[in-house]
Design a protein around this ligand. Structure first.
Ligand SMILES: Cc1ncc(COP(=O)(O)O)c(C=O)c1O
Length: 355
């Protein structure tokens, strides 16, 4: 099916005034946005418009009942300046998985990809060229039907906004293993990228930071033993030469970086097992000297190297260096900038003159 995306361009781009060597984090947005409305059971009127405020009724259901989901992804350029997307079909599939859990309509996968291609092509001068930099893409969907009452909305908006992001030099991070607050429980919304999950994580993250930690290490909701994720990243441990990562049990987000890192590690000959991992097992591995590395994985930062974990007033030391994590990060960045062959077929090229 082909979609007719109408385009209204701005007169003069703001991109020319931007210093790509000093990009502010999360506050700078590009000239345009993609919008589509859900009415009478159909997605209609896909369009690209100048970025502007979106008038919202005060009874819009997303504001009250939280039907709001999002995705996070990045566009990069290859050495010839051609824009590329990293695994966009994975994000489309995950958006629809989140929509299913939250009682929201699916968004057509082809329109998701077409909308991204049109927008990224139009905004290509905003893609920072430096390795590790990217144009962050934020597709999201929310219920904008004005209604007081508890049911699925009948009117939604799907929007994509974009924001340039500088290279992320991750310092080694310290985690706080959280035993009071939880992120997700079996049967809950942990595997959906639902806005409410992030709201519930804000206060516990503030508490962890006040104690001198960088991120929360989320544990399971019942025993407070089994590791789920770290902050807004998935997590990997290297013990005795082999990798383990928590299995996707419904309470863990199915990270696209996670999936990619598993493929990269396996193709480099490492064994990677997805299973239950208890914090006690990690503590014991640290004590007996077999814990070699740990890192978080996610679109925003790539790979975040873990230094130590605070648990019940004790410190679990992980490592001072992450050679394998670092190699994986470099490979991911090299694939995303066309410097290394895209041997897994992850990159989707966007024609420069798509729009
Ligand atoms: C809770 C959570 N876990 C994991 C991830 C990592 O997912 P991805 O690699 O797709 O960015 C994210 C970020 O999207 C997240 O918000």
């Amino acid at each position: 099916m082909s979609y007719n995306i109408s385009i209204q361009k701005i007169n003069k781009s703001k991109a020319a005034n931007i210093d790509f060597n000093a990009i502010p984090l999360g506050t700078l947005f590009t000239d345009h946005m993609f919008i589509c409305d859900y009415e009478n059971g159909n997605w209609v009127n896909p369009r690209i418009e100048p970025l502007a405020l979106i008038p919202t009724h005060p009874a819009a259901m997303a504001l009250h009942y939280g039907q709001a989901i999002f995705e996070g992804m990045k566009a990069t350029v290859d050495s010839e300046g051609n824009p590329m997307l990293f695994r966009p079909l994975e994000n489309a599939a995950r958006l629809n998985k989140s929509a299913n859990r939250m009682g929201m309509p699916n968004f057509p996968v082809e329109l998701f990809v077409e909308g991204l291609k049109h927008l990224v092509s139009l905004e290509q001068q905003w893609i920072p060229p430096k390795e590790g930099s990217a144009l962050y893409l934020r597709p999201f969907m929310y219920a904008d039907e004005p209604f007081i009452g508890m049911r699925a909305a009948t009117h939604y908006k799907f929007i994509i906004i974009t924001s340039p992001a500088g290279p992320f030099f991750s310092k080694r991070i310290k985690l706080w293993a959280e035993k009071k607050y939880i992120r997700a429980a079996a049967g809950g919304t942990g595997e959906a990228k639902a806005a409410g999950n992030y709201a519930a994580a804000i206060r516990p993250t503030e508490y962890a930071k006040a104690k001198g930690y960088d991120q929360v290490l989320w544990l399971d909701a019942v025993a407070h033993q089994y590791i789920q994720e770290v902050g807004t990243m998935n997590i990997f441990f290297k013990i005795n030469g082999k990798f383990i990562t928590p299995k996707l049990d419904g309470s863990v987000l199915d990270g696209i970086t996670r999936k990619s890192v598993i493929e990269l590690l396996r193709s480099d000959g490492y064994e990677v097992t997805e299973r239950l991992i208890s914090i006690t097992e990690i503590k014991e591995a640290s004590l007996n000297g077999t814990l070699e590395e740990a890192f978080g994985t996610g679109t925003a930062v790539g790979i975040a190297y873990i230094q130590e974990i605070g648990l019940d007033g004790e410190t679990i030391f992980v490592s001072n260096e992450s050679p394998v994590g670092n190699a994986v990060n470099n490979t991911l960045n090299a694939i995303k900038t066309g410097k290394q062959k895209d041997r897994f077929n992850w990159m989707l090229k966007v024609k420069k003159e798509y729009v």
